[in-house]
Design a protein around this ligand. Structure first.
Ligand code: IPD
Length: 269
C-alpha cells in the first residue's frame, strides 16, 4: 500500500484494526480473567496484550512504515518504537479493562491515526454493545453509519458529566476530590469505566461533557475526533511525557463553564 494513503484508506484500516482487536477479545470472553499483571485498583489482562498485537498487525500489514503508540507498548516489540514516520497510530486494545474482566459490556477497542500530529481518522468499536463509532477529519461523526450530534444542554448545572478516577489523577488532589468538586456544579456526574465510550457518548448527545485528569492519550484520541466532527469541543489542558493528559470534551455549549470549573480546581486560572 502507498506511503501516502488517503484519509479514507486510513479510516478503513482503523476500522479493520478496531474490529480485529475487539473481535479477538469477544471470541475469548472465557479468558477475561486471565491476568498478566495486577495493581492497586487496576489490572492488565493477557487479552489486553493479545488484542494490541491483533490491532497493530492490521496496521502494519497495511502500513509497515507507520509508527504505533499503544497502551501495551512495553509488552510488544512492534509498538512504541519511533520509526520517524509522519503517521502515528494510537491504540487502546481494551479500554475499560476492569469492566471487561468483570463482565460489564461497557468496553471497546479504540484506534486513532495522526498525520503530522493531527488526528485524521478514528474508530471505536464496542463489540458487546454492537457499536462502531467512526470519524474522519472534516467529515461527520458516525455510529453504525448514522450521523451523531451532541446534546443541546447549555448550562453546566443541567448537565451530565462523565468522568473517571484513576491512579494518577490530579497532583495534590485525592482520587475523589475532583469528582466531588465537579459534582457540586453539575446535575449528575457519571463514572461508567471506559473513557473512549464516555467521550463517544458526548458526541452522541447521551452526555453533555467528559472530564478526567490522568487519562492517557490512547484512551481518548479516537473519541476526541468523534466529538469534534459531531460539532462538540475538546481541550487537552496538560499533556505529560508519559502520554497522560488532563482532558475535557463537551457539546460546545457548556465548554467554557466546565473548563472554568476545572481550571479553578487545578489552580491554573
Ligand atoms: C481506563 C478507562 C477508565 C478511566 C481510566 C482508564 P483502560 O482505561 O478508560 O474509564 O477512568 O483512567 O485508565 O485502562 O481500561 O484502558
Amino acid at each position: 500500500m502507498t506511503d501516502h494513503p488517503t484519509n479514507e484508506a486510513l479510516l478503513d484500516c482503523a476500522v479493520a484494526a478496531a474490529r480485529a482487536g475487539g473481535e479477538h477479545a469477544l471470541r475469548n470472553l472465557d479468558r477475561r480473567t486471565e491476568v498478566h499483571a495486577s495493581f492497586d485498583h487496576d489490572v492488565k489482562l493477557c487479552l489486553d496484550i493479545e488484542c494490541q498485537e491483533k490491532a497493530g498487525n492490521v496496521v502494519h500489514a497495511n502500513f509497515p512504515s507507520h509508527d504505533i503508540l499503544g497502551e501495551e507498548g512495553e509488552a510488544l516489540d512492534s509498538v512504541n518504537k519511533n520509526k520517524g514516520s509522519s503517521y502515528q497510530w494510537i491504540i487502546d486494545p481494551i479500554d475499560g479493562t476492569v469492566n471487561f474482566t468483570h463482565s460489564l459490556p461497557n468496553w471497546c477497542c479504540s484506534i486513532a491515526v495522526k498525520k503530522d500530529g493531527q488526528t485524521v481518522a478514528g474508530a471505536v468499536f464496542a463489540p458487546e454493545l454492537d457499536e462502531l463509532y467512526t470519524a474522519l477529519t472534516d467529515g461527520p461523526a458516525l455510529l453504525n453509519d448514522r450521523p451523531l450530534t451532541p446534546s443541546t444542554t447549555d448550562k453546566l448545572a443541567s448537565s451530565i458529566i462523565m468522568t473517571g478516577t484513576n491512579e494518577n489523577s490530579t497532583p495534590g488532589l485525592s482520587r475523589f476530590a475532583m469528582f466531588e468538586a465537579i459534582s457540586t456544579h453539575v446535575q449528575r456526574p457519571r463514572i461508567m469505566g471506559s473513557a473512549a465510550l464516555d467521550v463517544c457518548r458526548v458526541a452522541r448527545g447521551h452526555a453533555d461533557g467528559y472530564f478526567e485528569a490522568g487519562i492517557y492519550v490512547w484512551d481518548i484520541a479516537a473519541a476526541a475526533l468523534l466529538v469534534e466532527c459531531a460539532g462538540g469541543k475538546t481541550d487537552t489542558l496538560v499533556e505529560n511525557s508519559d502520554h497522560s493528559v488532563i482532558f475535557l470534551a463537551t457539546n460546545g455549549l457548556i465548554h467554557d463553564e466546565l473548563r472554568g470549573v476545572v481550571e479553578g480546581l487545578l489552580g491554573t486560572r
